[in-house]
Design a protein around this ligand. Structure first.
Ligand SMILES: Nc1ncnc2c1ncn2[C@@H]1O[C@H](COP(=O)(O)OP(=O)(O)OP(=O)(O)O)[C@@H](O)[C@H]1O
Ligand SMILES: [Mg+2]
Length: 350
């Protein structure tokens, strides 16, 4: 558990980076700090591992005042992923990941197996990547190394300062999914900074909305969406405000597509070449084949079908995907993978 009690940071020139901030981050929680540029996110983060010391107030980890803790031990126990990933250019990937374990004087063998374990964990094949130099990796791969390095010493707390902001949307979404899965598996406390509301809603168990060094509202994504505390929070949330919270299984394909324009394409074509659909001259589904076996036209759903109906039909016909129609016209197909996406995004997007 990390607690801030009335924490203020006034810089030498009088700027208040953080202003009387009080909050509690629970152990094992995915906690997101969000807010406009200059609102104090990085300053808040850096006070946890004492890269910056507060001018007023107290920060505790569990029951220990961070100011009283041994600074090396404190930092070893806190992984830190910087916004601009800075791998040491003249060290191999393995050496970059091993920095903290080396300092902690782990055995060579333990370090080697930890490096391979971490590379696997972040989705990079150890044999291929272990001995490469940082310049031989793509930006997204380097970012993954940054995450691996932060996890290397097996810290209980991981601070991530806009770790994915430099990435393209696809790598970014992939890494978001990976880090969320990872956090569920390894149950670390993660403090994650972003100024992207979609990212905050997707990842955060709780979100702290900051403005001018203070916390404006702290709550779950649903709480922020349903009860934004003021105009500022409302504006930050933008057009995502929901009507009523609706069960995912009740959500229709159409509603999901309307809220997730970027996913439309995945419904339009099946990735499974063994599913074949033909249309008649009206554009309606004519014949459906899966692995050369013919299926009845009832093995399809409409854009007004709910996720629950899609799931049930996928099971009934034991198909990997189903044709989707809109006003009797074939518009695409929906697969288990698409349902998983609806489940992953739907809960905050409905
Ligand atoms: N060393 C410093 N001296 C003076 N002012 C500083 C210093 N570091 C940060 N600040 C100021 O403190 C405020 C908070 O900065 P901080 O870096 O925490 O913002 P941030 O929320 O992380 O912003 P961004 O989204 O742009 O990264 C800003 O007004 C910034 O200019
Ligand atoms: Mg910052």
């Amino acid at each position: 558990m990390i607690t801030f009690e009335g924490v203020t940071k006034t810089f030498a020139d009088g700027t208040k980076g953080v202003d009387n901030l009080s909050l509690t981050i629970n152990s094992g929680e995915f906690f997101v700090l969000i807010g406009p540029s200059g609102c104090g996110k990085t300053t808040t983060m850096k006070m946890i591992n004492r890269l910056i010391d507060p001018t007023e107030g107290i920060i505790r980890i569990d029951d220990n005042h961070v100011q009283d803790m041994n600074i090396h031990k404190l930092r070893w126990n806190i992984g830190y992923v910087l916004q601009q990933i800075a791998l040491f250019p003249n060290m191999t990937i393995a050496e970059n990941i091993s920095i903290v374990p080396e300092m902690m004087k782990w055995s060579k063998q333990d370090i080697r197996s930890r490096v391979d374990e971490l590379l696997t964990m972040v989705g990079l094949e150890p044999k291929t990547f272990r001995d490469r130099m940082p310049t031989e990796l793509s930006g997204g791969q380097q970012q993954r190394i940054g995450v691996a390095r932060a996890l290397a010493g097996n810290p209980n707390i991981i601070l991530m300062d806009e770790p994915f902001s430099a990435l393209d949307p696809i790598s970014r979404e992939q890494l978001q999914e990976d880090i969320r899965k990872l956090q569920k598996e390894i149950k670390k406390t993660i403090v994650f900074v972003t100024h992207d509301m979609d990212e905050a809603l997707r990842l955060g168990e709780r979100i702290c909305m900051m403005r001018e060094g203070a916390a404006v509202q702290i709550g779950t994504p649903e709480e922020l969406l349903n009860n934004p505390k003021d105009e500022f929070v409302k504006q930050f949330i933008g057009s995502r405000a929901p009507k009523d919270t609706q069960a995912l299984s009740e959500q229709t394909i159409k509603e999901f597509i309307q809220h997730n324009h970027d996913y439309l394409s995945s419904f339009i074509q099946t990735e499974d070449p063994s599913l074949q659909m033909t249309v008649n001259e009206d554009g309606a589904l004519d014949e459906l084949y899966y692995q050369t076996k013919k299926y009845p036209n009832e093995a399809s759903v409409s854009v007004d079908s709910t996720a629950a109906e899609v799931y049930s039909l996928l099971q009934t016909y034991d198909l990997p995907a189903l044709p989707v129609t809109d006003s009797d016209k074939l518009v695409g197909a929906i697969s288990y993978k698409d349902l998983a996406r609806m489940a992953a995004k739907g809960s905050v997007m409905n």
